[in-house]
Design a protein around this ligand. Structure first.
Ligand code: ZN
Ligand code: FE
Length: 261
């Protein structure tokens, strides 16, 4: 786990085996690093320099990059990281072969592989983009289940529908919501406070949302990240996850897009 602030602030005493570190980059992006004592897997490196600096400081070898989708704030640092670690694999959607041309391992829904001794399950979750992937790592003795979901499921929200339909996003979120409740949700942006302020404007009396927003305001006041969330928390407080129909999903998405708080 990690501390807030610059990536260097996440450096701490001996690394626990198979931890996930969170590196804040750009204005509100998070780059996640799954690692053991020697090797690292980076999820959606928006930029290279702070990621490379953190890996070097920890003396970690980059062995793989997981890409959730083709947007520049998710793939922007990958090619530069490959110059420093040319043997690293790059996992991405086969359907994004043209938009993520540096991929070495081309994936589709249901594909499975192993990284750092952890099983990785690929889930196609279209909606934000047409070929968006999520990576689910089941839990086991001594380690959590992890979900790297890019810009599909956010803490308290979901991604904009740039290429997909409300029906696709509804299906994608319902699949993610069916994962175990204690799965940690590592989304790629710090949008939680705004998402929950919007949610509360829609459901002013909703006790779980009221309580979560209060907790999130405390976290943000202390300059702490609100990521990771959990599947259980999203089921309880995320209006998009709670949405019972495609029509409601479409209405919620339009409301969120228009919301200026
Ligand atoms: Zn995106
Ligand atoms: Fe993004």
């Amino acid at each position: 786990m990690s501390l807030p602030g610059s990536p260097a602030a996440t450096v701490s005493a001996p690394l626990p085996a198979r931890a996930v570190a969170l590196l804040p980059v750009l204005s509100d992006n998070y780059v996640m690093v799954l690692h053991d004592e020697h090797q690292a897997v980076v999820v959606d490196p928006a930029v290279a320099a702070p990621v490379a600096a953190w890996l070097e400081a920890q003396q970690l070898e980059l062995v793989a990059v997981l890409q959730t989708h083709h947007h520049s704030d998710h793939i922007g640092g990958t090619v530069e990281l490959l110059r420093r670690w040319p043997h690293a694999r790059v996992y991405a959607a086969a359907a994004d072969r043209e938009r993520i041309p540096f991929q070495s391992d081309s994936l589709g829904d249901g594909d499975r592989f192993t990284l750092l001794g952890r099983a990785v399950e690929v889930m196609a979750v279209p909606g934000h983009t047409s070929a968006h992937l999520a990576y689910y790592l089941p839990g086991g003795p001594g380690y959590n289940a992890e979900l790297f979901c890019g810009d599909t499921l956010f803490a308290g929200g979901c991604g904009r529908l740039f290429e997909g339909t409300p029906a696709q996003m509804h299906d994608s979120l319902q699949r993610l919501a069916a994962l175990p409740a204690d799965t940690r949700v590592w989304c790629a942006h710090e949008y939680t406070e705004t998402n929950l302020r919007w949610a509360l404007s829609c459901r002013p009396e909703d006790r779980p949302i009221v309580e979560r927003l209060a907790a999130v305001l405390d976290q943000r006041a202390a300059d702490r990240p609100t990521v990771p969330s959990s599947i259980g928390l999203e089921r309880a407080t995320n209006l998009f996850v709670r949405s019972g129909s495609v029509a409601e999903m479409a209405d919620l998405r339009a409301s969120r897009n228009d919301w200026r708080g």
